[in-house]
Design a protein around this ligand. Structure first.
Ligand code: BES
Ligand code: MN
Ligand code: ZN
Length: 471
């Protein structure tokens, strides 16, 4: 999409508040008639004697937020494409005291999000016509090129993440996920190393391999590095990369299994974030790792009751083969904290249904071992309007992961499941590295469209990681 900073004669788009006392006649008439009230989500395509123009509701005045402007951008994009318009001119005002570049960024993000489709398997595609949006601004912006590029980088990363998640498991399995990471990242200067099953065994990641061995599709351990520098501790990211989660012998019911291609959302999120971080040229070393595999049922699968080993050396009782994500994350997090001595490590995982029970599909859940890092991640999320909620930090939760036959067991019982799962992963962080765990089980993938998010992958988390890398 092309963004231009000037007034043009292309289809005008007006952002309209609810109780707008506008003198502009065509709008006054439409509002007086009551067909358009300026409510958020409302759009009106005016085609009468005044020429074509579009009114976009932004809700009540003085209640503007970057989120309401993102929604306005989204609805403007939907309406413009529906009306087959290719070029539009947005009359962009000031909104509360939101700095113009922030308001504009949110609006542009909304436009991008309105253009996202995962329609490659549909014969009947919904066409996109919008190519260019010009903005009539209050204050001229000096850094327009850099600014619009930077919005594009983030939104293309979000689309990359969404595409990887939405692809069925027939297409994205460990080997193809690794290839996708190489294709998406190497052109931007990220080094991608892929380890095969034999090499994973040599490293000693036996918890990860216990999960992987039940699948006909071999695992791939993916290590992505950007801008590593001698003597500077990198930021480390870890993404759960379960390209399919059937539950294993603790089999999932078919309804819950159906969307489990999305169990690699954490991996897709760190891959998208790495792409954006590299394209922004962020001056910080970053390493991201993904222990990709499938959790399947076969004669070779691990079983409930097994006692397995881990890279760190702690033994684990397998209480439930469907609690597989924490086993793969355990080894990945030991690997990255041991080998890269990062200043901080953030893992993202569609880890527990319990997190969805607690927070719904609105908030990502957080477990952390470090207040300062926790606050940093919360601030990063807030800055980009991604909802994030911290669970309590309390080592008493660790008791629930104890086993009678091994050092740990892979479930913490019925209550507080999102927290005990997080604490389990935390047991495998070494060198006391500050660590934050983000459970995106609810936010990564929607079973049903919700306001500006379509059915399927959201890309939630990508912007938070990019903002964190910038801090
Ligand atoms: N991948 C699932 C969690 C999940 C659930 C993600 C719903 C997205 C939507 C995870 O591997 C899992 O199955 N967790 C179990 C853990 C339990 C057995 C302790 C769960 O939440 O039921
Ligand atoms: Mn599972
Ligand atoms: Zn899973």
């Amino acid at each position: 999409m092309k963004f231009i900073q000037e007034k043009t004669n292309n289809t005008p788009v007006y952002l309209v508040h609810e109780e707008s006392a506008c003198e502009f006649k065509p709008l006054r008439r439409v509002m007086d008639s009551g067909v358009f009230k300026g409510k958020s989500g409302e759009t009106y395509h005016h085609l009468l004697e005044d020429g074509a123009m579009l009114f976009i509701g932004v809700g009540p005045k003085n209640k503007d937020t970057t989120e309401s402007l993102r929604q306005a951008g989204y609805h403007a994009g939907v309406a413009l494409n529906k009306a087959n318009i290719d070029k539009a001119n947005v009359k962009f005002n000031t909104y509360n005291d939101i700095p113009q570049h922030q308001a504009l960024r949110a609006f542009m993000e909304g436009l991008y999000l309105s253009m996202y489709r995962f329609d490659k398997y549909l014969s009947d595609k919904d066409p996109l016509t919008l190519k260019e949006v010009s903005f009539q601004l209050k204050d001229t912006m000096a850094d327009w090129e850099a600014f619009t590029n930077s919005v594009g980088i983030d939104m293309e990363a979000v689309a990359l993440t969404r595409n990887l998640i939405n692809e069925p498991a027939r297409v994205i399995y460990p080997e193809t996920l690794a290839q996708a990471a190489q294709e998406a990242l190497e052109p931007h200067g990220v080094e991608v190393r892929v380890y095969d099953e034999k090499q994973i065994e040599d490293i000693g990641m036996s918890a990860y391999l216990s999960v992987a061995k039940g699948s006909a599709k071999p695992p791939r351990f993916i290590v992505m590095t950007y801008n590593l520098k001698e003597g500077v501790a990198p930021l480390a990211l870890v993404g759960k990369g379960m390209t399919y989660d059937s539950g294993g012998y603790s089999l999932k019911p078919s309804d819950s299994m159906k969307t489990m291609q999305s169990d690699m959302s954490g991996a897709a999120t760190v891959i998208g974030a790495m792409q954006a971080i590299a394209r922004h040229g962020i001056d910080r070393p970053v390493v991201a790792v993904v222990a990709a595999c499938e959790n399947m049922v076969s004669g070779d699968s691990y079983k409930p009751g097994d006692v397995i080993h881990s890279l760190l050396g702690k033994t684990i009782e397998v209480d439930n083969t469907d609690a597989e994500g924490r086993l793969t994350l355990a080894d990945a997090i030991t690997y990255v904290t041991d080998n890269y001595k990062p200043e901080a490590v953030v893992d993202l995982a569609t880890l527990t249904g319990a997190c969805v029970v607690a927070l719904g599909d609105l908030y990502t859940g957080m477990v952390a071992n470090d207040e300062a890092l926790k606050d940093k991640v919360l601030a990063a999320a807030k800055q980009v309007d991604e909802k994030l909620w911290a669970f309590p930090m309390d080592d008493a939760y660790k008791e629930l992961n104890k086993s009678q036959v091994a050092d740990l067991k892979n479930t913490g019982g019925r209550w507080g499941g999102a927290i005990t799962a997080g604490y389990f992963v935390g047991e495998f962080v070494i060198n006391n590295t500050p660590w934050v765990h983000l459970d995106i089980a609810g936010t990564a993938f929607l079973d049903k469209a919700r306001d500006i998010y379509p059915f399927g992958a959201t890309g939630h988390g990508v912007k938070t990681l990019v903002a964190l890398a910038k801090k």
